[in-house]
Design a protein around this ligand. Sequence first.
Ligand code: UDP
Length: 331
Amino acid sequence: MKVLITGGAGFIGSHLAEKCLAEGHSVTALDDLSTGTQDNLNTAQTYGTRFQFIEGSVEDTKLVHDLVAAHDCVYHLASVVGVKRVLAEPLLTVREGLRGTDAVLEAADAAQVPTLIASTSEVYGRALDYLDPEGSQRLAEDSVLVLGTPARHRWLYAITKLAKEALAIAYHRQKGSPFVVVRFFNTVGPRQSPAYGMVIPNFVQAALQGRPIPVYGSGQQRRSFLHVQDAAEAIYRLLLTPSSPPWGEIFNVGNPHEISIRELAELVLQLVGTSSAIEYIPYEESYGPGFEDMQRRTPDITKITQWIGWKPQKSLSQILEEVISYATSSA
Ligand code: UDP
């Protein structure tokens, strides 16, 4: 199969490219290199003519139409990355998100090319904070979504992602387009840059540099972390080897194992083997006034497990060990 990956030089995109290449497919990575890097594609490049990189934007409608028509399936992963970048670039977040996705979907509909749209667990917003803040309930695809006003930056991102989901579903409903949506929960692993504020690369970098570990808020908030190769495996199977077509469906892709951010900081310190302090920083200081964080965000993955038999394979300790050794070797 000829596979097109938008955002192919990015964190998830580059791991997916390697997975597809290792399975014998050809891959084209389209990326504007705003946050992705050529270095991420070093392994993909070793596959010779089965891999090509094209520097360009998903907002370039002509380029997108030509590329989509020349491929057998599309992964649309291109997106603004990281809470801090979303806060700094709200206009880019919304416009690129909507225009780029529309360009991809319009082209994919015209050529009836199977396409996967990447969404995010941010669309659940504060659902668990309302439903079950202290408990063990998880977010299933049909859970309520509890979002705030787009006047608050965090929700502006979530609302944009929801609009992308709605567009894909609308194409499928009305025109039968072969589109599927995935909601990624926190996805981590080698190649994730500390430049965009995500917690694990930040904690690892701080620990390796002997700085205090910056825990925002109380540290009681909980998250669950999926290894990027597990994420790549899930979406590879969903589009390229499903047992029944997933069109018009939405799937969570995440790891249900939860940990508090304070415990995560302690685990990073233990694995790095340093005695750095943990520094608690108020949200206003780290993200600016009016920032809202959620206490819990944990996926129910029953649906994707039943559909394609996928479950995460790598534990949090394995993930952290890989991230630490990647950060050490690329320092
Ligand atoms: N966080 C933190 N220190 C950091 C970066 C993030 O304590 O250096 C917290 C953040 O406030 C959130 C959690 O860790 O509660 C996960 O943050 P991230 O930005 O990685 O992902 P999110 O789940 O917020 O999308």
